[in-house]
Design a protein around this ligand. Structure first.
Ligand code: NAD
Length: 401
């Protein structure tokens, strides 16, 4: 009983199996917080190694090490990529899941409906981390924001590495080096971090977003807001996300952005509309208008890309311009990505786990996950329950002819 007066719940942390995935869902530093709410951790041996967390660091926090099969016997399994975000490698894991268990992690719920149904068929409760609502009290559970922070940072490093120029302006005895010109399209979480990172490297940064509300944030980071003489209709929804515009709007946007694109050494695009294909904001023609050696990093590649030439996880060179479409940049900074992801997971677990109170008002029963339908956070992230997909936004089955 670990010195506790109740049987602890267990949370299992398997090794990630998606190709190139180096993150781990839980880091040693957060284990003590879980133990305080009565949750013990069982980790697949070596699960944290690729992220820089050896087994010995977990052992210091009294984590049990086990096999993959043992880890999947836990009450709750936390992954970075649950089956929906790990095709098709997760099929073998489905057989390890058991009825009544809880599975939490990234699940691609809006596109991977079949995986959600497969999890439902196992009688497992699936909680999708992408669906944590963007509300103030859920901020510390918001993996989209924490991963976007990392992605925006890393995108700038990728661009700087590919660019045949330096980012900072330098006056040297061998002459003057002009600062690189960086244009960031879409100033959400990833875009703002890209702006900040490019500024730290000394670039001249310009940025644009359809949501006029971000103008001040862009300027406060030392970048110039590119004013396009056009206004989006209802640019922003209640959740702070951009709304989809019609094709006429995007055509005008492309025309008006051309001058800035042509004058930029680096363009980083992050423009996304939740649940929709990303809008095309850079045509092949616009790419060819850029100087040879320029670099485009398309962070919307996973959603179809903001650039017409983007190929996901590939490098395209057109007219000397390099177009990168990385889809898993967070895995390239696995230490801090795991640290932030783990904090998001633990805050959510703390939110969900409760112990019944005794007559004296003190917690007395064993810890258990309470799925309260009146709680907005629980309602939003709950994808499967009682053998069914219960989330209204999760893809319907594709009818087979
Ligand atoms: P996202 O990844 O969905 O989109 C990235 C950016 O692209 C957004 O800023 C969007 O406005 C922009 N965009 C869309 N179409 C565009 C176009 N045609 N041209 C230029 N830009 C375009 O967004 P995100 O980073 O996940 O978050 C967006 C916003 O959500 C935040 O800035 C914030 O207002 C809100 N948010 C709130 C919370 C919270 O309250 N907890 C947390 C995170 C984000």
């Amino acid at each position: 009983m670990n010195g506790l007066d109740f049987a602890p719940m267990t949370i299992g942390i398997p090794t990630e199996t998606f190709p190139g995935e180096r993150r781990v869902a839980l880091v040693p530093a957060v284990v003590d917080t879980l133990r305080k709410v009565g949750v013990d951790v069982i980790l697949q041996q070596g699960a944290g190694e690729a992220a820089g967390f050896p087994d010995s660091a977990y052992l210091e926090h009294h984590v049990t090490l086990g096999s993959r099969v043992e880890v999947f016997q836990a009450d709750l399994v936390a992954q970075v990529r649950t089956p929906g975000a790990n095709p098709p490698g997760a099929d073998a894991d489905l057989a390890l899941l058991r009825r009544g268990q809880i599975l939490m992690g990234l699940a691609e719920p809006l596109t991977a409906g079949a995986a959600a149904r497969a999890v439902a068929d196992r009688g497992v409760v699936l909680l999708a981390m992408e669906l944590v609502p963007r509300i103030t009290r859920a901020q510390s559970m918001d993996v989209l924001s924490s991963m976007a922070t990392i992605i925006g940072y890393k995108a700038v490093l990728l661009a700087a590495d590919r660019l045949p120029r330096m980012f900072p302006m330098l006056n040297t005895a061998a002459g003057t080096v002009a600062a690189a010109r960086v244009f960031v399209v879409g100033a959400g979480v990833a875009g703002l971090q890209a702006i900040a990172t490019a500024r730290r490297l000394g670039a001249r940064v310009e940025a644009y977003d359809v949501r006029p509300a971000v103008k001040e944030q862009i300027q406060s980071l030392g970048a110039r807001f590119v004013e396009l003489p056009m206004e989006a209709t209802d640019a922003q929804d209640a959740g702070g996300y951009a709304r989809s515009q019609d094709e006429g709007f995007y055509r005008r946007q492309r025309e008006m952005m051309l001058k800035t694109v042509r004058g930029s050494d680096v363009v980083i695009t992050t423009a996304a509309i939740p649940g929709k294909r990303a809008p095309i904001l850079l045509t092949a023609e616009m790419v060819r208008a850029m100087a040879p050696g320029s670099v485009i990093v398309d962070l919307a590649a996973e959603r179809g890309g903001n650039c017409e030439l983007t190929r996901a996880d590939d490098v395209v060179v057109a007219g000397g311009v390099t177009v990168l479409g990385p889809t898993n940049l967070a895995a390239g900074v696995p230490y801090h990505a795991s640290q932030m992801y783990a904090r998001n997971i633990v805050t959510l677990v703390q939110h969900l786990v409760q112990r019944e109170k005794g007559p004296d008002g003190k917690p007395s029963g064993p810890p258990r996950v309470v799925l309260n339908p009146d709680d907005e956070i629980t309602r939003e992230i709950l994808v499967t329950r009682d053998g069914r997909v219960v989330h209204p936004r999760v893809a319907e089955p594709v009818a087979t002819p």
